[in-house]
Design a protein around this ligand. Sequence first.
Ligand SMILES: Cc1cc2nc3c(=O)[nH]c(=O)nc-3n(C[C@H](O)[C@H](O)[C@H](O)COP(=O)(O)OP(=O)(O)OC[C@H]3O[C@@H](n4cnc5c(N)ncnc54)[C@H](O)[C@@H]3O)c2cc1C
Length: 104
Amino acid sequence: MRPQCRVTEIVPAETHDAAQGVRIDIGSGRSEKIAADLVVDTSGRGALTLALLDAVDGQRPEVTEVGVDISYVSAVVEIPWIQTPPAVPAPGMQLIADFWISVL
Ligand SMILES: Cc1cc2nc3c(=O)[nH]c(=O)nc-3n(C[C@H](O)[C@H](O)[C@H](O)COP(=O)(O)OP(=O)(O)OC[C@H]3O[C@@H](n4cnc5c(N)ncnc54)[C@H](O)[C@@H]3O)c2cc1C
């Protein structure tokens, strides 16, 4: 585990058929290379892996996008209790301690 640093590149092997490690930003404009036999990209969107594939002229995987026409927003709502709170909250409302989170 290396806290407070950011991977900037998955470093390709010179043969362009594998990764040999990662390059990390360690602050103040400095970087460091960490060698590795196995690199797992868990950065969320795979941008590092796609950059690696581009760098080695590898083929990007086929992507299928499924659009969903929804959006939502959440807000913390304080409810001044007159009586005891209901046992079952209203749909879209979640009771956290003495406030509600509303998701619309
Ligand atoms: C607004 C919102 C609400 C959501 N609500 C739900 C929900 O209610 N239930 C549910 O199941 N899912 C929900 N999701 C989806 C869920 O958050 C994701 O599917 C899940 O977090 C993906 O996990 P992951 O580990 O692949 O990526 P992430 O959780 O994105 O983790 C990636 C990590 O990598 C780090 N990272 C990125 N780039 C680098 C780098 N270059 N160097 C070092 N570290 C890096 C990031 O800082 C992050 O910590 C929601 C997503 C969003 C955006």
